[in-house]
Design a protein around this ligand. Structure first.
Ligand code: T5A
Length: 223
């Protein structure tokens, strides 16, 4: 057990997710900057020292030799370590934690896009066991047409392309569908998921996307 049974009362935990190139990194950094000292930002997979090691493994080309069950387990292992070492201490200190991706990505990539509905039951069980009372307060989906997102990610020109980015457009369409399904249907409707779900049109100009996300973050933290 990493938390106590009493429902946590401090801090706010918000996930920003979206398909490749939706603007998660850019937007979450801008939002954390505007929130100031009381907010921290982090990315998944990774975010803690040990989880960053797992990140190297899951995003390396070696992943093509592993099956989806192995990847599912590694993403959850990284998440648990990140939660324990980064998210929980920050929440307990009353901070707002903004993460770039979280378990919504496992649902969209490993279950929806990689086509493994048999993992869904295990997903919700693992979520309950691993997150305990620290499930996110809200998920904000940066919704983007995958073709636009991929073009943006490629246009960044930093060579930061992993084996998921290289997959065909059909895969990214399924990721998008999985993310929408998670945020619009599973979140809040499942007894194992009491978080809130919000969607922002990420095809808008960057300043407008940041403004919309910031407004939602204020709405969620002020609750
Ligand atoms: N994964 C992750 C799983 O399979 N399962 C899991 O459980 C988890 C947690 C992580 C990979 O791991 C997979 C999913 C991913 O494939 P990553 O390297 O961390 O990969 O990278 P991604 O999260 O995929 O990040 P992306 O490369 O997709 O980019 P972002 O963060 O969405 O986009 P960003 O901010 O870098 O922006 C891209 C470009 O677009 C511009 C930016 O300036 C930048 O140049 N831009 C805009 N331009 C115009 N208008 C806007 N509104 C713009 N917003 C951004």
């Amino acid at each position: 057990m990493i938390g106590n049974k009493e429902k946590r009362k401090k801090g706010t935990f918000i996930v920003i997710d979206g398909g490749e190139g939706a603007g998660k990194t850019t937007v979450s950094k801008a939002v954390v900057e505007q929130l100031g000292w009381n907010a921290i930002g982090a990315r998944e997979p990774g975010g803690s020292q040990y989880a960053e090691k797992i990140r190297e493994l899951v995003l390396s080309d070696l992943a093509k030799y592993s099956d989806v069950e192995t990847q599912f387990a590694l993403f959850w292992a990284a998440r648990r370590d990140f939660l324990k070492h980064v998210v929980i201490p920050a929440l307990n200190a009353g901070k707002t934690v903004i993460t770039d991706r979280f378990d919504s990505s496992t649902y969209a990539y490993q279950i929806a896009a990689q086509g493994n509905p048999q993992l869904e039951k295990l997903f919700w069980q693992t979520r309950e066991l691993f997150l305990e009372e620290y499930e996110p307060d809200a998920y904000i989906l940066l919704d983007i047409d995958p073709e636009i997102g991929i073009a943006r990610a490629k246009g960044r020109g930093d060579g930061n392309i992993n084996h998921f980015d290289k997959r065909k457009i059909d895969f990214h369409i399924k990721v998008n569908k999985g993310l929408r399904e998670f945020v619009l249907q599973k979140v809040g409707a499942n007894k194992m998921c009491k978080s809130a779900g919000e969607v922002v049109d990420a095809s808008q100009g960057l300043d407008k996307v940041i403004e919309d996300v910031l407004a939602l973050v204020h709405k969620i933290t002020d609750k």
